[in-house]
Design a protein around this ligand. Structure first.
Ligand SMILES: *Cc1c(COP(=O)(O)O)cnc(C)c1O
Length: 308
C-alpha cells in the first residue's frame, strides 16, 4: 500500500481485517449466526471504511502526480481525521474544508488534523452546501494550488470501488458461506461498494444514521450502477434506526452501546456503529433473517470520534 501511495513510510494496515464471532443468546434463539468484520482494526489512525474509501483515492492522487489533497467534512468528521493522517503518512499536503465557523478551541478531531499538518479552511453552512460544485472547487484550487479533491466522506466512484474489498475479503474468509452483510450508512458509499461486489443470493443491508435522508437510496443505486453497469436489487436500507437524526442519541441507544461494549468487549460509538448494531439486534428479533443464515456486521470504525 505504501508503494501505491508513493511514500517510503511504513504503513502496515491489518488486512484482511479480522472476522470474529458475535455470540449472543438473542442470535442463538433466532438461529442466526452473526460475525463482525473488524474494519475498525485496520489501522489506529486510518481505519474502518475511511481507509477502504481512501485507498484508491490516494493511489489516484499519486498516479496523477498530486502532492496536495483537499477534502470536505464537518467538525467531527472521521473522514477529515483519516485524510489528515493519510497526508502525514503518505506525504501529501492536506487542506480540510470544514463546515461552519471556527470555534475557540479545536475539538479532538480537528486538533488531530492540525497536528498532522492539515490546513483548515472554514466555510459557512450556506457556502458549504455548494461543496460539490465546480466553481467552489475552482475557487479553492486557485487559493491553494492544484490539488486532488476528495468529496465529503471519501464517497466518490473510486471510494465506492475500494469498499468492494470488504466483500472480496469476506468471500475468502468464509469461502462464500454467508447470506447478508449489514453496515451503517451515512452517504451510502460503503453499502454501495458492498452491494456491487456481492455474489448471487446475498443481500446488503444498510442502516441509515440520518433522519429523512430521502436521496440515500437513489445515491446508492447510482453508485452500484457505476460499478457493475447492471441493477442490483440485492440491497435495502432501513430508515427508522436514526434515533432522532445524525449524531442524535436516544437513551435506549446509549444504554445499548454501553451494554454491548461490556458484553462483547468491542468498542462501538453512538453515531454509526452503535445504531447499526442496535438495528441488527432489532432485525434479528423481528425475524428478518432466516433461521440458519449467516449475517456479517461490518464494524466501520470511528471509535476515536464522537465520544467513544
Ligand atoms: C463515515 C462513516 C460511516 C458512513 O459511511 P458511508 O460510506 O458514508 O455510508 C459509517 N461508519 C463509520 C464509523 C464512519 O466513520
Amino acid at each position: 500500500m505504501a508503494e501505491e501511495a508513493g511514500q517510503g513510510h511504513a504503513f502496515i494496515p491489518a488486512l484482511p481485517s479480522p472476522l470474529v464471532e458475535l455470540p449472543d443468546p438473542v442470535f442463538l434463539a433466532a438461529g442466526v449466526h452473526v460475525l463482525v468484520k473488524r474494519d475498525d482494526l485496520i489501522h489506529p489512525l486510518i481505519s474502518g471504511n475511511k481507509w477502504r474509501k481512501l485507498r484508491l483515492n490516494l493511489a489516484a492522487a499519486n498516479h496523477a502526480g498530486h502532492r496536495r489533497l483537499l477534502t470536505f467534512g464537518g467538525a467531527f468528521s472521521n473522514h477529515i481525521f483519516a485524510v489528515a493522517a493519510a497526508g502525514k503518512v503518505f506525504g501529501f499536503d492536506t487542506v480540510g474544508v470544514i463546515r461552519g465557523e471556527p470555534c475557540n478551541e479545536l475539538n479532538p478531531i480537528l486538533a488531530h488534523a492540525v497536528a498532522c499538518g492539515m490546513h483548515l479552511h472554514y466555510l459557512d453552512r450556506q457556502s458549504y452546501r455548494r461543496k460539490n460544485e465546480a466553481d467552489l472547487i475552482a475557487q479553492l484550487q486557485s487559493q491553494y494550488g492544484a490539488c486532488y479533491c476528495i468529496p465529503e466522506g471519501g464517497s466518490n466512484t473510486v471510494g465506492v470501488a475500494g469498499c468492494r474489498d470488504i466483500v472480496v475479503e469476506l468471500d475468502a474468509q468464509l469461502d462464500g458461506h454467508y447470506d447478508a452483510v449489514v453496515c451503517a450508512c451515512g452517504t451510502g458509499a460503503t453499502l454501495a461498494g458492498i452491494a456491487a461486489a456481492l455474489g448471487p443470493n446475498k443481500k446488503a443491508v444498510g442502516i441509515s444514521v440520518l433522519r429523512g435522508h430521502s436521496g440515500l437510496d437513489a445515491d446508492i443505486g447510482g453508485w452500484i450502477h457505476e460499478q457493475r453497469s447492471s441493477c442490483s436489487d440485492a440491497w435495502r436500507i432501513h430508515h427508522d434506526f436514526h434515533h432522532g437524526g445524525y449524531a442524535k442519541k436516544s437513551p435506549q441507544l446509549l444504554a445499548f452501546v454501553q451494554a454491548f461494549r461490556q458484553q462483547h468487549g468491542i468498542p462501538i460509538e453512538p453515531v454509526y456503529t452503535g445504531k447499526m448494531f442496535y438495528a441488527l439486534y432489532e432485525l434479528v428479533k423481528a425475524g428478518t433473517f432466516a433461521r440458519d443464515s449467516t449475517v456479517v456486521a461490518v464494524h466501520t470504525g470511528g471509535v476515536h470520534g464522537a465520544d467513544a
